[in-house]
Design a protein around this ligand. Structure first.
Ligand code: KG4
Ligand code: ZN
Length: 343
């Protein structure tokens, strides 16, 4: 294997996390930092792109300095400088890639324009995460706030999409449902927390597309059913137990939908070595357990901190791309829309 000439710096700034990490050429994490902008956005109930871009701008330099200091590296020592170039919010992408390109130009080190989805897709291959590293091809369920896809990872830069969401992404469904329940943004972790005290069988919510062929997803009907259920209850703040029961019922419906779609995908592509789940929703314990049961082959889920947005995954994708002999010129653009199949 062709190891990069030195450690790789990764930068993530596509949404509401500003992150930097340095990984050794073999994938060991030498330093990592994530600055979550939740406090900046929570008053608005979602990510405000301009606020996000400004926060990236004010935080990124400090985070990069910290990870370089902690890992004992200078820009000149690096094997490559990798930044998320899309998909994502253009302001943040410009901040991260502008920084990375400037550092690459000044130090003469290679620049890598990383697709955020590919970074999520390859994280499970980071050495030391699981007992086994998935070998190509493997099936990826990408379950995040902006994306919900079922993809066969054929190799670095080679992806076959089997299905995608027809409406909301699964994390978006969690966030919108959590908002209906009066929970703070981001809703996924808060919903999971209250669901622990809830009865998942209390409210029989719909499971869109269940038992239908294919690997597409749909969540908007489920979210609407929760809205109608809440509207049918006595007005005023929801009693704690009712909110917990709705949260648990919603989570069970999502788990059933995902397990059903996974079964269809495995029927199509029985040759995959493993099932990998990635993206913020993959941090959810109930969903992990349900998908482990449904997979019937190794299910690999990175630790929660590497499921949500981070820079370790960006640096690792950079290392994988360097191995494959792929680097980018400084003219490589930011791509707010950048499907995996276009790689
Ligand atoms: O991958 P990610 O950090 O950002 C992108 O969207 O790219 O995913 C964030 C999403 C949010 O919708 C958040 O509510 C959801 O992941 N999430 C969870 C959990 N942790 C994060 N959803 C359900 N359960 C969780 N424990
Ligand atoms: Zn993400």
């Amino acid at each position: 294997m062709n190891l990069p000439a030195g450690p790789v710096l990764g930068i993530e700034s596509s949404c509401d996390e500003t992150a930097a990490a340095v990984l050794a050429p073999d994938g060991r994490i030498l330093a990592e930092r994530v600055f979550s902008q939740i406090a900046e956005h929570s008053a608005f109930g979602g990510v405000v792109p301009e606020i996000a871009a400004r926060a990236h701008l004010s935080m990124l330099g400090t985070l990069v300095q910290e990870v370089l200091r902690e890992s004992g590296q200078r820009f000149e020592d690096l094997g490559g400088i990798a930044a998320t170039a899309g998909p994502g919010l253009i302001g943040g992408l410009l901040v991260g890639t502008g920084f990375a390109k400037g550092a690459a130009l000044a130090s003469g080190r290679p620049y890598l324009a990383i697709n955020h989805l590919e970074a999520h897709a390859l994280t499970a291959r980071l050495p030391g995460l699981a007992d086994t590293q998935p070998t190509f091809p493997y099936l990826l369920l990408l379950l995040s706030g902006g994306h919900c896809q079922c993809v066969v990872v054929e190799g670095v830069g080679h992806y076959q999409k089997l299905g995608t969401t027809l409406d909301d992404a699964v994390g978006e469904a969690f966030d919108k449902t959590a908002k209906l329940l009066g929970l703070p943004y981001p809703g996924g972790p808060a919903l999971e927390a209250i669901a622990r005290q809830g009865d998942a069988k209390k409210y029989p919510l719909p499971r869109p597309l269940l038992h239908r062929p294919g690997c597409d997803f749909s969540f908007s009907g489920l979210k609407t059913a929760v809205a109608q259920l809440i509207a049918s209850l006595p007005s005023g703040a929801l009693a704690q137990q009712i909110a917990a029961d709705i949260a648990a019922s919603f989570q069970a419906a999502v788990a059933d939908i995902l397990a059903d779609r996974l079964a269809n995908a495995l029927a199509l592509r029985g040759d995959v070595s493993a099932v990998v789940i990635a993206g913020g929703v993959a941090a959810n314990g109930v969903i992990r357990a349900r998908l482990t049961q449904a997979a019937g082959k190794p299910l690999i889920a990175p630790p929660a901190r590497l499921c949500t947005d981070n820079a370790v995954m960006v640096a690792w994708a950079g290392i994988e791309r360097l191995h494959a002999g792929l680097v980018d010129g400084l003219a490589a653009p930011c791509r707010p829309r950048w499907p995996l199949e276009a790689l």
